[in-house]
Design a protein around this ligand. Structure first.
Ligand code: EPU
Length: 454
């Protein structure tokens, strides 16, 4: 008997340890990201070879919130970055168990929801945390989540998220910085028109509706590929969704009619792909960017070609980019998808800093998303900002300097600038980069550049 028990323990030990290790691993991975304060970037003569794009951060976040809708969700091509690690920590706090396999880029989220409050300490770390409002409401009709407030790139209100919930007849109160939301037994209205196109607003509405039986219409929705990834997931779950322009017709079956266990593959990160394509247009000799989806990159590829960059679309998942110096100046105006993404404006600004002639970037999505311009100026760029317009006069070269990352995409633009500059660049507040780019330092090192986290 004793021998049998010992035997059982030894047989089970690897599995038991595995589970405990996974929980510790989450903390360890977060600490591993947080310990860095700067990135030291040295001039890079060329980037040559292949870089593979990770899973999309902005797709993974709504999918993580949707883990609340099911008993078990397995996500493949899962990007390990600060924002997704914090989101996993929220899921743990809400009661879910997590098994993370960093090597396979796979995460399994399973178990029951035990709590409905998303604490300020975590939600204040990343804006995407607001998606747990929809996730919790879709799962059980109740949520308590701290109001995200503004951030470095603008006020970023969530009035549309809340207006949609009020329209359904939800009870909403704001107390001590927390939003308390609960859905009514019967919804008041099943048709909602967004006043502005909002990505997480659309995703929050979809997550909420997943928990309500019936027919719904959402108008003026966001059409970003990340929204479509969530739509694909919800369809797999058993929800019928028809798209017609910016209108969605949603039909949710009665409770019990939805799948409880699902596996989903996160789409490639189109912004990471775009960031490497910009880098390749300055230093590629050539650079192959693989694991992307060219269908999601339309306007980015067009703008690069307009700038005179040589691109070879090898397959729908692989693009080769050749150094094309100096690029031609561009006019760029950011817009909701399929327009030019605000999340690529900063990286293009770094490229246009060394373009032939002048360029104009008009930022139409966020009111304060030009802080990287001031840092690029410190590196020798000639950029003038007036309101939401930046005028960039191309200079011959940038010069390395100590600079500060002010937001996620700003940090990527400074990395690009540092790699093409003369002399060393030190980017402080580098946690911004680690929030949204997986292994950027390792990928750059693999391509032959010096980009060291310290
Ligand atoms: N807006 C409102 N009211 C709302 C919601 C949005 O007025 O209730 C306004 C915003 O102020 C902004 C515009 O609508 O002017 C669009 O904002 P949106 O809601 O679409 O932005 P978001 O959902 O908060 C997501 C991405 C951002 C990306 C934007 C725009 C996630 C987690 N975040 O933010 O990603 O810039 O859409 O495409 O999906 C990044 O990854 O670096 C990043 C900032």
């Amino acid at each position: 008997m004793w021998i049998n028990n010992i035997h059982t323990i030894f047989v089970l030990l690897p599995f038991l340890r595995l589970k405990f290790l996974k929980v510790e691993l989450l903390e360890e991975l977060i600490e591993n990201h947080k310990k860095f304060s700067k990135m030291v970037v040295k001039p890079c003569a060329e980037v040559k070879g292949e870089v593979t794009v990770s899973g999309s951060k902005n797709s993974a976040l709504p999918l993580l919130a949707s883990a609340l809708l099911v008993e078990e969700l397995i996500l493949e091509n899962f990007p390990l970055l600060l924002d997704t690690l914090y989101a996993l920590k929220i899921l743990k706090i809400l009661g879910k168990d997590i098994e993370l396999n960093p090597t396979l880029k796979r995460v399994r989220i399973y178990g029951e929801i035990k709590r409905i409050k998303v604490p300020y300490e975590l939600s204040s770390r990343f804006r995407g945390s607001i998606l747990f409002l929809g996730g919790l409401l879709g799962a059980g009709g109740k949520a308590v989540i701290s109001h995200p407030g503004g951030c470095a790139i603008g006020a970023r209100p969530i009035d549309q998220h809340l207006k949609f919930l009020s329209h359904l007849g939800a009870n909403l109160t704001l107390k001590g910085g927390y939003i308390n939301a609960s859905l009514p037994k019967e919804v008041k209205n099943s048709n909602f028109v967004f006043d502005v196109v909002t990505v997480t607003g659309t995703e929050n509405a979809l997550l909420t509706l997943a928990g309500l039986e019936g027919e719904f219409t959402l108008e003026n929705v966001a059409l970003e590929p990340e929204v479509f990834d969530l739509l694909d997931f919800l369809r797999k779950l058993g929800i019928k969704i028809l798209t017609h322009g910016r209108t969605l017709k949603i039909s949710v079956p009665p409770k019990g009619g939805l799948k409880r266990r699902l596996t989903h593959r996160v789409i490639p990160d189109r912004i990471e792909a775009g960031t490497f394509l910009v880098l390749g247009s300055l230093l590629g000799n050539p650079l192959k960017v693989s694991g992307l989806n060219t269908d999601h990159l339309g306007v980015l590829l067009e703008k690069l070609e307009e700038a005179g960059v040589t691109l070879k679309i090898l397959t729908p998942t692989e693009v080769e980019v050749f150094r094309s110096l100096p690029p031609k100046g561009l006019f760029i105006e950011t817009a909701p998808y399929p327009g030019f993404p605000t999340d690529m404006q900063a990286q293009f600004m770094a490229m246009l800093s060394v373009a032939r002639g002048s360029s104009v970037i008009v930022e139409k999505i966020f009111e304060n998303r030009f802080q990287h311009a001031l840092e690029l100026v410190r590196m020798g760029a000639n950029i003038k900002i007036k309101g939401n317009t930046a005028v960039i006069e191309g200079v011959k070269k940038l010069v390395g300097a100590p600079v500060k990352a002010t937001d996620l995409r700003a940090s990527a633009s400074l990395v690009i600038a540092g790699l093409i500059a003369e002399g060393q660049t030190e980017i402080s507040e580098i946690y911004h980069l680690l929030r949204g780019y997986e292994d950027m330092d390792k990928k750059l090192t693999f391509l032959g550049c010096h980009a060291e986290l310290i």
